[in-house]
Design a protein around this ligand. Structure first.
Ligand SMILES: [Zn+2]
Length: 344
């Protein structure tokens, strides 16, 4: 494994957005984020009937003057998106370039629909470009084992992000035949794989059992919780370095990504403000505490989310990463439904 320490690639990317490339301190990130939160708040009050009504009913101020004002805003939930997602949209329908419909589970049975503008999708593409630079350089060949190969879908955005490195990539899609996928990895001399933990774990088991040596050097895992045991099985089975990523459609797919130090996932702080909140009171918790992850989008145009409860538990690691980056890091992610003992 290459353990050479260097600041993760997207620290400089985040710096371009936050401080015009100038040296960034935590204070400059904080004031950038607050300004973006104020702008978002102003925009949703003007353009979204959902937010307008909710904030009026809750007695929220007409403008946010400080972080305390922000911390008192009500949290929104997945059910709000299911029932009233359309009313969260802040642009005209003609400006929406992509609508993602997710499963119909949940108490209402309604699908969860998310709306993105071209600009929103470009921000995701940009994050994928710089995020994937952490794993791949122009000599690498990337295989994407994710759904959404159509234009604007998850795999497609990732493919286009990788093309900007520039590196070669191949969208394989979800794995149905493990052996076929292993053969394709070998045939195409794939050095970087992006996939879902349980599927890549099956590839690793196949390689280990059949003593197949694949050319894979690095693996990026996303879309599901990654346990330590699955991580080790993949590292051993494929003899590779594993990078974890935290993302969901609500976050425009990309949320936080590990650097080569593998000590927590650096948050995409130029586009997202992440809080850890106490699940019952919704109060923001200090660094290091385990709680529910709540996210506010800072740059989203189509359907901004303010204090959105993700339904995932996690904590923020205190201090600076050994890689040198000051971007905050998320760790210990798990689904709330899997965290019955979170009070302990
Ligand atoms: Zn780091």
């Amino acid at each position: 494994m290459n353990k050479k320490s260097r600041t993760c690639r997207w620290e400089s990317w985040a710096r371009q957005h936050i401080s015009d490339g100038a040296l960034m301190q935590r204070e400059s990130i904080r004031s950038y984020q607050f300004q973006k939160i104020q702008e978002t708040y102003f925009r949703v009050l003007r353009n979204s009937s959902f937010y307008k009504k909710m904030y009026k009913d809750s007695g929220c101020p007409s403008a946010l003057n400080n972080w305390q004002n922000f911390g008192e805003l009500p949290l929104i939930t997945e059910e709000d998106i299911r029932k009233r997602g359309m009313e969260m949209v802040c642009v005209s329908q003609s400006q929406i370039s992509r609508v993602v419909s997710l499963d119909t589970s949940g108490t209402t049975g309604l699908p969860k629909r998310l709306f993105f503008t071209e600009e929103d999708q470009e921000l995701t593409l940009d994050f994928f470009h710089y995020g994937m630079k952490e794993l791949a350089d122009p000599k690498d060949r990337v295989m994407i084992l994710l759904p959404g190969g159509q234009r604007g879908g998850l795999a497609n955005l990732l493919e286009r992000g990788v093309a900007r490195i520039p590196a070669k990539s191949l969208v394989y899609g979800l794995v149905e035949e493990t052996e076929d996928c292993v053969n394709e990895i070998c045939r195409n001399q794939i050095t970087v794989v992006v996939g879902i933990p349980v599927q890549v774990q099956a590839l690793a088991a196949c390689c280990r059992d059949r003593k197949i040596k694949v050319p894979v050097k690095r693996v990026l895992l996303s879309t599901d919780v990654l346990s330590d045991s699955v991580r080790h099985q993949i590292e051993e089975g494929l003899s590779c370095e594993v990078f974890n990523h935290y993302g969901m459609t609500e976050l425009g797919y990309g949320g936080a990504l590990e650097c080569r130090e593998h000590q927590g996932m650096h948050i995409r702080e130029n586009d997202l403000y992440v809080e850890i909140v106490e699940p019952i009171s919704g109060k923001s918790l200090p660094e290091g505490s385990l709680g529910e992850i709540a996210v506010t989008t800072l740059t989203r145009k189509g359907m901004p989310l303010i204090r959105y409860r993700t339904g995932d538990m996690g904590r923020m690691l205190p201090g600076r990463c050994p890689c040198g980056s000051i971007l905050k890091r998320l760790d210990g992610i798990r689904r709330i439904s899997d965290s019955l003992d979170w009070n302990k």
